[in-house]
Design a protein around this ligand. Structure first.
Ligand SMILES: Nc1ncnc2c1ncn2[C@@H]1O[C@H](COP(=O)(O)OP(=O)(O)O)[C@@H](O)[C@H]1O
Ligand SMILES: [Mg+2]
Length: 260
């Protein structure tokens, strides 16, 4: 882990709402969201398309403003984007003209980190995302899964306390998606970063998380929370665990009834 001394990463979301006003139309995208995500916790927000997941994550990222309510990371108010929060999206956001290593070093370089330290940082993140042999490749030479590994490495290279992930594996094929979920847990275990992860995939939510927050639409709000009582070490066999299946049925039924 690099720059670990300052790491904590407790996110507090209090009474957050969001209203979009376009012309005469008013749309309530989020209503009274209250959530606390503990330092080093892995929490997934699960919900159907349009329930406000991305809006909430963008607000936590500081890319969008809440209409009301308060947000903080380690008791510091969120007023805009910051290096304490790293983002990974579904779309590939790598710089195509930079190599994998240069993409990872981009943030540290902007912050004026000296070259030798930058090299240390990129070596570390190349290693933990298992990209060492791809350091000099360009994004277009990589598979979708590899690109998302770089996106994770690049976000972590800035030493964030919190990783915000918006359906990062949504565009990957089923097999790659499973591999990336395991890779992410491995990274999370090593980096001790708080993760707030968004998905509409029930299996993905259960496999990854310690806690699942289910959202519903109309207006976007928190419906229920579940603690995932599965072994801390998530091997692929966890998917066949009776508790996994039970929670899967519960979540599927909850989401299904909401749609009817
Ligand atoms: N900039 C915007 N202006 C107006 N409505 C928006 C805007 N951004 C999102 N919305 C609406 O807010 C709702 C929630 O969107 P979003 O957060 O993207 O949902 P999700 O990520 O859960 O699919 C959607 O109905 C969407 O159309
Ligand atoms: Mg979304």
């Amino acid at each position: 882990m690099i720059e670990s001394a300052a790491k904590a990463g407790e996110i507090e979301i209090k009474g957050v709402g969001k209203t979009y006003r376009t012309g005469k139309s008013v749309f309530r995208a989020l209503d009274e969201i209250d959530l606390t995500i503990g330092a080093n916790e892995f929490v997934t927000i699960l919900g159907p398309s349009g329930c406000g997941k991305s809006t909430l994550l963008r607000i936590v990222a500081g890319l969008e403003e809440a209409s009301e309510g308060e947000l903080s990371v380690d008791a510091e108010s969120i007023v805009g984007p910051g290096a304490d929060r790293g983002m990974v999206f579904q779309g590939y956001t790598l710089f195509p003209w930079l190599t994998v290593r240069q993409n990872i070093e981009y943030g540290p370089k902007l912050r004026g980190v000296p070259i030798l330290d930058r090299r240390k940082i990129s070596n570390h993140y190349l290693r933990i995302t298992r990209l060492e042999s791809f350091a000099n490749h360009f994004p277009k030479q990589l598979s979708g899964g590899m690109k998302q590994r770089v996106a994770i490495a690049r976000a972590l290279a800035n030493g964030p306390k919190v990783l915000l992930m918006d359906e990062p594996f949504g565009a990957l094929d089923a097999q790659t998606k499973l591999e990336m979920q395991e890779a992410l847990l491995e990274v999370w275990d090593k980096e001790k970063t708080t993760v707030l992860f968004i998905t509409h995939d029930i299996d993905e939510a259960i496999f990854l998380s310690q806690r699942i927050v289910v959202m519903a639409a109309g207006p976007g709000r928190v419906l229920r929370e579940y603690r995932v009582e599965l072994p801390a070490e998530r091997t692929p066999e966890v998917r066949e665990h009776p508790d996994f299946m039970k929670l899967k049925r519960e979540l599927a039924s909850l989401l299904k009834h909401r749609e009817e």
